[in-house]
Write a protein that binds this ligand. Structure first.
Ligand code: SER
Length: 312
């Protein structure tokens, strides 16, 4: 059967660029964008779009049946900072949407699932540097708890119900097409908009907070590569560590200042500092490299060039 794709959460930061890329690869009519709200003009004009609430089980099922969907990318989620404020809503959205698609695959109604996990699955007791694939995982955030539980369910459905679900632990994602919303790593996107508009930025994290990050082009490529890999190459059915670059607010500010000399940064940490402090500072992604040949291409300097060139 031909691949027919549904992206739930297609108008978000990852969903937008993922949808556009999948449409290039598979043809616009084979990639259905779904979200609770309309997205950017570029996205809306690039192919079919449906309003869908990721927590509405029968609506998701109806869409899959109507379009004869084979692959679902479930990108709808509440991110770390917002989830701390709306714990029950975050749990319901992040978990129930996952159960819906896992059960659709279990009953043979769809064939393959992509579900994003995050560095938020790690916690303060996890080794902070070069965090290994298999290690202590005691997440302390609402978002991290939902992603950790989701990983366990993905692996469970793979082992017990033959569900072909594939997942990546995304680092903080940096992109210029669509803004992120409600995450702790969002400062690394906001900083570019502020630098170009105001020439200054007040950062909500401390200057020395080092976090794993990745340029969106790498994240999209990784997502497509893991989905295209032969099933027997995808050995980790919880989720794969994935690494791009690591930097602190001070280091990204220095890189921006090289290109925009008048740029100034100040620091005023808020509740998101505690979330960031509970996460690793760098990630060992050698399992992804070994199993499906993952290699990152963007480093900090290249990413800063791309961001400034495109946002200007
Ligand atoms: N970027 C996300 C966040 O900050 C982590 O997956 O919430």
């Amino acid at each position: 059967m031909a691949t027919k794709i549904l992206i739930i959460g297609a108008c978000g930061q990852i969903g937008t660029e993922l949808t556009l890329r999948l449409r290039e690869l598979h043809g616009a009519d084979n990639v259905i964008a779904g979200d609770i709200r309309e997205g950017s003009e570029e996205l809306m004009q690039s192919g079919p779009f449906e309003i869908v609430d990721a927590t509405d089980k029968s609506a998701v099922e109806d869409l899959c049946m109507y379009y004869e969907i084979t692959d679902v990318y479930l990108m709808a989620a509440m991110l770390s900072a917002t989830a701390e404020k709306f714990a029950t809503k975050a749990w319901n959205l992040n978990m129930n949407s996952l159960f819906t698609v896992l059960n659709l695959a279990k009953s043979g109604k769809i064939e393959k699932i992509f579900w994003p996990s995050s560095i938020a699955v790690f916690g303060p007791t996890t080794p902070k540097h070069d965090t290994p694939q298999h290690t202590i995982m005691e997440p302390t955030t609402v978002y991290g708890i939902s992603k950790q539980s989701g990983e366990r369910w993905c692996e469970y459905y793979f082992n017990n119900n033959d569900v072909d679900v594939r997942s990546i632990r995304y680092p903080g994602l940096i992109s210029w097409k669509t803004l992120p919303g409600g995450g702790t790593t969002d400062y690394a996107v906001d900083i570019f908009h502020a630098a170009l508009k105001e020439g200054s930025y007040e950062c909500f994290l401390h200057k020395d907070t080092e976090l794993p990050m990745m340029f969106m082009d790498d994240a999209i490529r990784a997502t497509i590569e893991i989905m295209e890999a032969p099933a027997d190459k995808v050995k980790q059915r919880s989720s794969y560590n994935l690494s791009g670059m690591s930097f602190t607010p001070e280091q990204i500010a220095v890189a921006i200042k090289k290109r925009i000399p008048e740029f100034e940064i100040t620091y005023n940490p808020d509740f998101r500092q505690a979330i960031a402090d509970s996460w690793p500072s760098s990630i060992d992604d050698s399992e992804a490299t070994k199993d499906w040949s993952w290699n990152r291409s963007f480093d900090l300097e290249q990413m800063v060039d791309e961001m400034i060139d495109n946002l200007k």
